[in-house]
Write a protein that binds this ligand. Structure first.
Ligand code: 7PJ
Length: 264
């Protein structure tokens, strides 16, 4: 059955009233809700990868996410993932017991391979063309499926050479990361192409701008039904894990998928 990964963004309060504690409490409340709604994994992230987002320092990212991860690990019985590209934060998260490293830069930053080698954590290798700042400036591919497969191959080999066994690896084509609407739709349509790697596929489509475009410029708050539809399509096309904001709605939809798949 397709698993649901709930997104937990631990970003600074929009008002500067709340201190660190209220921020942690808010994150924990949000996580508890997602767990009660059926999330199998919680993905904790402190850095935004939106094109216009400011980069944050290692200390800032660490202060945001590590206390939340520590609490989640002691209080709940779900897998915890950290969405980061920074090697020292990976090591820190591994030391406090995180189960998965989710890296939109696929362990290409200095020291990231070594950080993940130390412990038996799962690693999600995501494809991105370019960097968050430049990725949406006319992304281009020869054959998108082949280009992304080549990238996956290179990163799998880099991991294996660094002592990270293949059974620990998940692959993610990186919807919206250096892709046009057409690229994203092509990727979703042909998701089964990546089955030849025999690695679990993780996909993130939740509230992404490709859905907004298809809905004639729907704002991010109006993309729930599109997100759930996209999750269902991804599940039918073989995704092992779907990364979402709206856990309850997605879990319900995936129960219908599961009911039908039982008779396939
Ligand atoms: C993804 C992610 C994704 C994985 C983000 C957003 C942007 N990690 N982190 N896959 N997207 N593995 O949630 O809209 O698609 S941040």
């Amino acid at each position: 059955m397709t698993q649901v990964m709930g997104i937990l963004n631990v970003t600074p309060d929009s008002f500067s009233d709340g201190g660190k504690f209220s921020q942690i409490d808010k994150a924990l409340y949000q996580a508890e809700k997602m767990i009660n709604n059926g999330a199998d994994i919680i993905d904790v992230g402190g850095e935004s990868t939106r094109p216009d987002a400011k980069k944050i320092s290692l200390d800032e990212e660490t202060d945001r996410v590590i206390p939340v991860i520590e609490k989640l690990i002691t209080e709940f019985d779900v897998l915890i993932s950290i969405d980061t590209s920074k090697a020292s934060l990976m090591s820190h998260a591994i030391a406090v017991g995180v189960n998965m490293i989710n890296d939109v830069r696929a362990l290409q930053e200095e020291g990231a391979l070594e950080a993940c080698q130390q412990a038996d954590v799962l690693v999600c290798l995501m494809h991105m063309q370019g960097t968050p700042e430049t990725m949406q400036n006319r992304p281009e591919y020869g054959d998108i499926l082949q280009d992304i497969s080549l990238f996956f191959n290179k990163r799998i080999i880099a991991c294996e050479n660094a002592g990270i066994k293949r059974e620990r690896l998940l692959l993610d084509p990186g919807f919206g990361f250096g892709k046009t609407l057409e690229h994203n739709l092509q990727l979703l349509a042909h998701l089964p192409y990546f089955a030849h790697f025999k690695q679990p596929l993780l996909v993130g489509l939740s509230r992404k701008s490709m859905l907004g475009v298809l809905l004639n410029a729907a704002p991010v708050t109006e993309r729930l039904h599109a997100s759930v539809s996209a999750a269902v399509i991804a599940a039918l096309k073989g995704a092992a894990i779907i990364r979402v904001h709206d856990v309850k709605e997605t879990v319900e939809a995936l129960k219908i998928v599961q009911g039908v798949q039982h008779y396939e």
